[in-house]
Design a protein around this ligand. Sequence first.
Ligand code: SF4
Ligand code: SF4
Ligand code: SF4
Length: 318
Amino acid sequence: MNIMEMIDFTKITACGECCAGCKKKENGLCEGCIESDGHCKEWAESGQCPIHKCAREHGVQFCGLCSKFPCGELTKKIHWNPNIVEHLTKLANGYWVKDILKDKNLALIGFADLSEIDADLRYGFKYGICIAMVLEVFPSVAEPSMEYYNEYRRLNRELRNISNFLADAIKERGLNAYSLAGERQNEDFRTQLPFKTLATRAGVGWIGKSAALITKQFGNAIRLNGVLTDMPLETETPINSSLCGDCEECVKHCPGKAITGNSWSINADRNDLLNAQECKKTVIERGKIFDLTEGTCGICLTVCPWTKKYMNQKENKK
Ligand code: SF4
Ligand code: SF4
Ligand code: SF4
């Protein structure tokens, strides 16, 4: 599976801008730096953007990936941006992360600025990298299934391994990183920094009425993990509000009546949305036939319209 790019690096210009969304381009006033091969109107008089030309001669998409970065020519030509080296360094770090994870079968990778979260909760790290894999097997509403339980365990295991791999790779570059793979839940089924908090800060999705992370691309059919780091990254715009709207599918179908029906907002506590003790009781009750205590419900996942949309798309592609 191709990783869904949160930052699409193919749209990043040589100097680290992104023409996508530019009003001049949208209104047909400019072709775009990449599309015009550096001959856009801004550079009409001189022929071609010297940074674009130089980047192409050096065989790189943008300057942060060049062996000569940061060269004097770059800072001289892009004199209007005092943060150009910092910006291109962040982009290059993100590019590196996506490159080393490209064969890991991830569905989503998002970069988060965590500075608004209490420093103790994020172990003092400013940046977070959220990773997600998508389920191939979905929970059945009728009864628990070993197939789903095995899938749930497989994704959790693979994501833990990838988080540890990524944290080690960052440390090998001389930067600091902390894998969240080893975090354990307390007696109230909470971790210090929930993956879903990291995911909302990384623009990956919102927290549904079911208290699970919901994405536009895959609904709730994902598992998450992550890494905290001091490696500077260009981060995504956080998601601060729910797209659940009037939907109550998870509320209606939850066999444990554990979902309150409240909508998530940025200051909401997990308990405002979900009675985690009742959810756990239901999971254990449903798991009795297999003697399991996790991965035996997930009905809220299957009935979510965002998950159904993904499942239908997947079915139609067959
Ligand atoms: S970093 Fe300097 S040498 Fe490398 S592509 Fe950019 S402008 Fe050219
Ligand atoms: S996992 Fe099951 S019991 Fe828990 S909230 Fe979802 S539907 Fe309810
Ligand atoms: S089922 Fe509906 S209310 Fe529940 S998480 Fe999905 S969209 Fe939100």
